[in-house]
Every structure is written in structure tokens, then in C-alpha cells.
Design a protein around this ligand. Structure first.
Ligand code: ADP
Ligand code: RBF
Ligand code: MG
Length: 429
């Protein structure tokens, strides 16, 4: 244990599924397809909704809750449902992506020598299978199994008498980290489910939630000490842990109106920040029609890309606001050069969109539209999570500020690592 002040966290305990690795979508698909063939009267939507609420528990307990919620007693027993779903979930060789920001967080805590434990509802056997998934292998030559090497203690669901939401697994993790029960408040737990949050809080730990449930269920995370949109947004120093060192600051100029009189406006300088991505992401596709409100409502046109063919790539990113470069590589605007771009990749909470969208605003004027032309975007840096705003003016003001962050950062060459993308800048422009 690191020596530290009272009530400052000195160690970290992670949940695995939905927090560090993205297994939820794979599990949901197996559950939905299994139940759909068993009970015709229940819709996919209902199954998915119930499956979400059962997340975080051990498999059998989740299955029991699922059977209750969907009244499946007349068609299947929980243990049998589990076996049927399990047949579809042979993790070995499957591509399980990391959650965005997970490796950055683990690497940083390891470098700072913060003791870490894993407290997963998954059994040891399942954990071993999941660690044989390909995950990161394809991208950077790393093996998924490396994930376990970050932890000083690993606690699995089959090592405790009661699973989450019972606190037992967190007690076990603390014991293995050498933390006394009365010091539980100095353990920071990362969880993605309400069941996990309940377990951590009952154990007396400090708990950060990064919800894997949809936004309309965020009320279920009320018990957490803090809720973040993604692991990218965590402020470790708020919990007495070392502060991330990779955020970069840029100065932006703000015009402040005094007493509502525009002629009396004054300039103030503010600091904004951005985070260079470890791996830049290239997104290419034809420009499609969006919601038709960018130019009209906001005066900010965004050249939308179709998320469907780019799903695997954008799942590597936390929903949020990013910047980088864009080029148009087919059609009338081909060879108009490289353009700076700031973009939202997510659900646009202000408009409460149900589907994700990719919306790059190219920071220059175009006389004509370029729908259907091929747009290639190089995503280089993260600025912030998406947020909601009370007025459309506030949304516009924030987007314009994002654009200034992008321009300032790129003007000052603050984004390193562009050299290895030389080919992207030279092709077709
Ligand atoms: P939609 O909802 O269909 O995306 P927008 O109002 O967001 O409509 O307008 C986007 C379109 O405007 C783009 O598809 C593109 O053809 C055009 N456009 C013109 N200038 C720009 C710019 N600077 N950045 C992005 N798109 C632009
Ligand atoms: N929409 C939101 O609801 N919340 C945001 O925080 C937000 N930030 C944005 C930042 C940038 C740089 C851009 C280009 C767009 C952003 N939007 C945001 C998306 C905006 O709502 C979207 O472009 C319009 O809805 C047009 O479809
Ligand atoms: Mg648009």
C-alpha cells in the first residue's frame, strides 16, 4: 500500500466486462438471439432492455434475473438458458475490443506504482478464455493476455460465496491488496453497472461509474461517487491519485460582453485542453445526408459519414468531440487539399439522437455541398465528452470553442506523431 493522506485513494480495483473490455455487445447479441427463438411474444427491444439491467452479476444470477424479468419460466430454466447462451459465447479467438481509454489508464497507474486489482463476476475459466480473445493483437501486436499483467491481485466470481451486488468480491480484492476493511474508502473502484456500483459501495469503497447502460438509465448510477462518460474523462487527482500528464493545454480567446452591451466587450484568455490519441484513426466513406440541422439550425455544417461500415473503428473511441484533418478524395472537391476538422462522434445529447453519428465540421468555407463525395478524416485528438446544453446558443458557442482549440493546437504543432501519417497527407491532395 502506498502511504497517503486520510481519505485519499491509494489503490484501484477494476471490474472487467464493460469497464475494461467491451464484451457487453457480444453477450447481448447471444442473449437476444437465444431468447428470441424460445419465446416469440417478447421483442428484441425488451430482451435487450432486460439484459442490460442484469449486467454486472455472475452468469447464473444474471440468468435468474433475466428469466424473471421476461417471465421465461414456462419456456426455459435459468441454468439451461445459461448453457444455451454459453454455446454462443466461445470467447477463444473472438475479437473483444478494449474499452476506450482503458489501456491508457492502466499504463498510467502502473507507471505511478498504484496497486491494482481485478474484481470480476466472470469465473476463472471464462476469464482465461476471454484473455485468449484477439482484442488488441491485430492493432499493435499486443496480446489480450497482457491485460492481466497489470494487476497485483485477480479475483473471480467463482472465488466468492455471493456475487455482485454483494460486496464480498471487493472485500476479497482488498484483502489480497493488503488493505484493511476500515480503509475501504481509500480504494477507488471502477464499475460500469448499477449492480457493480452497489457492491462497491456496500464494501465501503469509493466508486466511479462509467455507465455501459443507455443514457436514459443513468439514474440507476445514483449510488456512485462520480459518473463519467468514459475512461478518457477521469480526473484521478480528484481521488487523491496522481494526475494524468498527457493532457495538453492551449489558450483560447473569449469575448465577454459586459452588461449585455456588445460595444463594451473585452477579451479574456482561457485555457482549454486536448488529449492526443495513442493511435490516430482514419475514417473514410461517402458524405451522407444527416439530420439536416447543422447548417440550418447551428450555422455549422457537418459532413456526416455513415457509422454502419465504420462501426468497428469508432467503437475504439469514446463518444465525444475530436479534432484532426480531413481531405476529399473523390468527386468535384477532390484535391482541394487538407482541411482542419473538428467533429462530434456520438449521440448529440442536445438533440437526444438514438443513433450514433460522425459529424466533421471542416474549418474552411465551401461554396457548394459535397454530398456523396469521398471524405477521409484522420482523427488525432480528443477534446471532451459530448454534453447537453440549456440553449442552442450555448451549444454553438461550445462548438466554436472546440474549433479554436483545434486551430490553436494545430497552428502550434502541438500534436506529435503526424510523421508516420505522411502518406495520408501526400496521397490525392
Ligand atoms: P446534414 O444534416 O445533411 O449533414 P448539414 O447542414 O450538416 O446537413 O450540412 C452538411 C453538408 O454541407 C455537408 O455534407 C457538405 O456537403 C456541406 N458543407 C459545406 N461546407 C462544409 C464544411 N465546412 N464542413 C462540412 N460540411 C460542409
Ligand atoms: N451535439 C451535442 O448534443 N452536444 C455536444 O457537446 C456537441 N458538440 C459538438 C462539437 C462539434 C465540434 C461538432 C461539429 C458538433 C457537436 N455537436 C454536439 C453536434 C451537433 O449537435 C450536430 O453537429 C448537429 O446536431 C448537426 O447534426
Ligand atoms: Mg451534418
Amino acid at each position: 500500500m502506498r502511504e497517503n493522506d486520510d481519505n485519499e485513494c491509494c489503490c484501484v480495483i477494476f471490474d472487467l466486462d464493460g469497464t475494461l473490455i467491451n464484451t457487453e455487445a457480444i453477450v447481448d447479441e447471444a442473449v437476444v438471439s437465444t431468447i428470441k427463438t424460445m419465446k416469440k411474444s417478447v421483442s428484441e427491444r425488451e430482451i435487450f432492455d432486460a439484459a442490460e439491467d442484469c449486467r454486472g452479476q455472475r452468469p447464473l444470477e444474471a440468468s435468474v434475473e433475466l428469466c424473471e424479468k421476461l417471465s421465461l419460466h414456462d419456456v426455459v430454466k435459468p441454468a439451461e438458458l445459461l448453457t444455451k447462451c454459453g454455446e454462443k459465447l466461445q470467447w477463444d479467438g473472438i475479437d473483444i475490443p478494449d474499452m476506450p481509454g482503458a489501456v491508457r489508464l492502466l499504463e498510467f497507474l502502473k507507471r505511478k506504482k498504484v496497486p491494482m486489482a481485478l474484481a470480476t463476476s466472470t469465473s476463472r475459466k471464462e476469464l482465461e478464455k476471454k484473455m485468449k480473445s484477439t482484442g488488441r493483437t491485430s492493432d499493435d501486436g499486443n496480446h489480450r493476455g497482457d491485460l492481466l499483467s497489470y494487476f497485483d491481485a485477480i479475483c473471480c466470481g467463482d472465488e466468492v460465496a455471493k456475487g455482485k451486488p454483494d460486496p464480498e468480491i471487493f472485500h476479497l480484492a482488498m484483502e489480497r491488496l493488503g488493505v484493511k476493511r476500515e480503509d475501504a474508502g481509500r480504494c477507488l473502484v471502477f464499475e460500469d453497472t448499477p449492480h457493480g456500483v452497489s457492491a462497491a459501495k456496500s464494501a465501503g469503497c469509493c466508486c466511479v461509474a462509467v455507465p455501459s447502460l443507455r443514457r436514459e438509465k443513468f439514474d440507476m448510477y445514483k449510488g456512485a461517487d462520480r459518473v463519467y462518460h468514459s475512461l478518457m474523462d477521469i480526473e484521478l487527482e480528484d481521488f487523491g491519485l496522481p494526475k494524468f500528464e498527457d493532457w495538453k493545454e492551449v489558450k483560447t480567446v473569449e469575448f465577454v460582453k459586459e452588461d449585455g452591451d456588445a460595444s463594451l466587450s473585452s477579451q479574456t484568455r482561457k485555457y482549454e485542453r486536448f488529449l492526443k490519441l495513442d493511435a490516430f484513426l482514419e475514417l473514410t466513406g461517402p458524405v451522407i445526408r444527416g439530420f439536416g440541422r447543422g447548417s440550418k439550425m447551428l450555422g455549422i455544417p457537418t459532413a456526416n459519414l455513415d457509422v454502419v461500415p465504420l462501426k468497428q473503428q469508432i467503437d475504439k473511441l469514446a463518444p465525444g468531440i475530436y479534432f484532426g484533418f480531413a481531405k476529399i478524395s473523390s468527386g468535384k472537391h477532390k484535391s482541394t487539399g487538407i482541411h482542419r476538422t473538428v467533429m462530434s462522434i456520438g449521440y448529440n445529447p442536445f438533440f437526444n439522437d438514438k443513433r450514433k453519428s460522425i459529424e466533421p465540421w471542416l474549418l474552411r468555407e465551401f461554396e457548394e455541398d459535397f454530398y456523396d463525395e469521398t471524405l477521409s478524416v484522420l482523427v488525432c485528438a480528443y477534446v471532451r465528452a459530448e454534453c447537453n446544453f440549456t440553449t442552442v446558443e450555448n451549444l454553438i458557442e461550445r462548438i466554436r470553442k472546440d474549433a479554436r482549440v483545434c486551430e490553436e493546437a494545430l497552428d502550434l504543432d502541438l500534436v506529435e506523431g503526424l510523421d508516420s501519417w505522411k502518406h495520408w497527407f501526400e496521397d490525392d491532395v
